[in-house]
Ligand binder design. Sequence first.
Ligand SMILES: Cc1cc2nc3c(=O)[nH]c(=O)nc-3n(C[C@H](O)[C@H](O)[C@H](O)COP(=O)(O)O)c2cc1C
Length: 210
Amino acid sequence: MAKILLVNGSPNEHGCTATALDEMSAVFEKNGIEAERLWLGRKAVPDCIACHKCQQGGGCVFGDHVNAVAERIDEIDGFVFGSPVYYGGVTGRLTSFMDRLFFSIPDDKFAGKPAASVVSCRRGGASAAFERLNNYYLMENMIVAGSQYWNQVHGNTPDEIRRDIEGLQTMRTLAQNMSWLLKNLEAGKASGVCPPEYEEKIFTNFIRNV
Ligand SMILES: Cc1cc2nc3c(=O)[nH]c(=O)nc-3n(C[C@H](O)[C@H](O)[C@H](O)COP(=O)(O)O)c2cc1C
């Protein structure tokens, strides 16, 4: 059974972001896909200190949820990262978690896996936060799933989110699209369709050698 990890980057475990993710989880489960939730909690999440120790192996020096997910990365077939909008951006806790997660895990562990972002806001800033989240997947050869609209819900309370019927439909459509994508990937693998072979990565810092 395929597994999707849904990360809630809100300090509210059962708040608006969680309500949007719940709507997706119900669709995943209906499609026979395991939907696992990870809530990042309310304690401060350390940000990346650019020590580069993770690149020597052994994971992030701060451990926490980052290494717990890293250890299980091969079991996870797809990801959804959800955040409330704070001043037009992603929460600090989710940014810190994702910076360390994506920096400490080899690129090939993410490549070819579907990913999606979900944002929740009262009124504005959803697009900027949404784009910020998508930046992670778009440089890891991941497959970014979309929906009928940008993946956002509007409200300050779970009850308000439940009344954002377009937002919730967008979540259900997104989960349908991700489910379909996962099933296609599984079917492709079973029939011998190989993932792309990539060239060795060029890393130039914009400096030309010739
Ligand atoms: C520090 C802070 C900043 C916020 N900034 C915005 C914002 O820029 N735009 C907006 O529409 N709502 C903003 N909000 C409201 C939340 O994004 C909104 O209530 C969200 O749905 C809460 O999700 P949650 O229950 O999952 O935490 C802010 C809330 C907080 C606490």
